[in-house]
Write a protein that binds this ligand. Structure first.
Ligand code: CMP
Length: 138
């Protein structure tokens, strides 16, 4: 069944000039790019997005990084999009990611790992709504 997931091309990947190559891999894997925008988050906006990690030791580092430059938030659609996109991304730590995954190809560390992808239906709904209004998802 067709499903939506949410992804971000993170500041490290944008700065390295890899956004186009990442979009090409996503397209090759069969995802429809339903919506995309270019934005620089404030620190507070990054904290709001990652609120579930607020108690984690890396929260400050994560939200500094995610507000450090241009990101491309996007909504992707395909059958089984959430699980399939997580497979395409690979493990959070790029040293543990399978060959051919986005993080193996483009990430440099667990913190600067090129892409984000939703991990479940409820988080996908929250994350899509954090960046996109309904009229942008037609
Ligand atoms: P993401 O999928 O965007 O969701 C939470 C992010 O926290 C994760 O990717 C990593 O980039 C980051 N993260 C997870 N663990 C660590 C860690 N130990 N140190 C720094 N960042 C981390």
């Amino acid at each position: 069944m067709s499903q939506r997931t949410f992804s971000i091309i993170k500041p490290d990947a944008v700065k390295a000039g890899n956004a186009g190559a990442i979009l090409a891999e996503i397209s090759k894997a069969g995802f429809k790019l339903l919506a995309i925008k270019k934005i620089v988050l404030t620190k507070a906006q990054a904290e709001g997005f990652y609120y579930v990690h607020a108690e984690r030791g890396f929260f400050g580092e994560l939200t500094d990084f995610m507000s450090s430059g241009v990101i491309y938030p996007m909504v992707l659609e395909k059958d089984n999009a959430i699980a399939d996109f997580r497979k395409l991304m690979g493990a959070t730590d790029p040293s543990k990611a399978d060959a051919g995954t986005l993080r193996k190809l483009f990430a440099t560390s667990i913190g600067e790992n090129a892409v984000h992808g939703s991990d479940a239906e409820d988080t996908a709904a929250f994350e899509i709504g954090y960046f996109f209004a309904g009229y942008e998802l037609k």
